[in-house]
Ligand binder design. Sequence first.
Ligand code: DGY
Length: 328
Amino acid sequence: TKSLKVLVSSNDYLDSGIKILEEHFTVIKSRYQNFSEEGLTKNKDELFDLIPGCSALVWVSHHPITKELLDRAGPQLKVVSTASAGYNHCNVPELKKRGIKLANTPGVLSAAVAEVAIALMLGAARRFTENLDQVHSGEWEIGFDKVLGQDIQGSTVGIVGLGGIGQATVKRLRGFYVEKFLYTGHREKPEAKELGAEFVDLDTLLAHSDFVVLAVPLTDETKHMINKTTLAKMKKNAILINVGRGDLVNQDDLYDALKNRDIYSAGLDVTTPEPLPKDHKLLTLPNIFILPHIGSATIGTRNAMAVLAAKNVVNALNGKPLITPVLE
Ligand code: DGY
């Protein structure tokens, strides 16, 4: 089967995955990353050159898989395996129409992303942005009683999307003596009972939570779910955390809410765009703590994602079921 070609879409993919693919297939790999304007352009051009004749795509980036790319790939393309939990960059109806399978890598990253969700809660609640500025400027004039933060202990934490990441976050937060966990989503989750999380509608969650944690996929329904209207329903002391996708939040509305102190602060691992330009207005705010989309970025987790993405390809091209299917 080494006659089958598999394309790895960027150089941001670990050898543990490449090794598995190379046992079975001819692996072609883009030399570029796509986290800079220049890298992205070069990457897109190169993908266009490399894609014809490939039977599988291992997608290691968030830029969209377009119809044009699929046309260019050709009819032998059987599977797209995205090394991410999110698959908002994959045009599912179009893949379905063409009979192309789609796999993602949920589960293996839940712990790492939950850890970052908690890091963001701490960073936003304890004002890390302002406090780090003091350290870097050498001016610690503000003193203990000026940069006062908020406690996680005793708080109400509202999880929007009690999936793998949401559940992992609640489990880890139990040691922080949270008073109450609320969650919302399409339906009640059987796991919630054991986690001690109460199912409520979004409005109730927004009205009662000290921390609102977004852990939902980006879809037409969830796009800009945090906006002027929903921000107005949050408590004055509320802290918004986003580990999903930047577009869950209307950033202009978030900027206004933070600037006017309608909510207390925000902690974001995801923004629109990524990278966020260094002169972006969100970065002028003291009450925001932003990380550069590092949720899954640990050695163990990225290796697990690379391996799972590769195994999905091996299965698909050998006529076996996908391990973590989105579309089969
Ligand atoms: C995911 O898995 O969706 C993360 O954003 C990393 O790609």
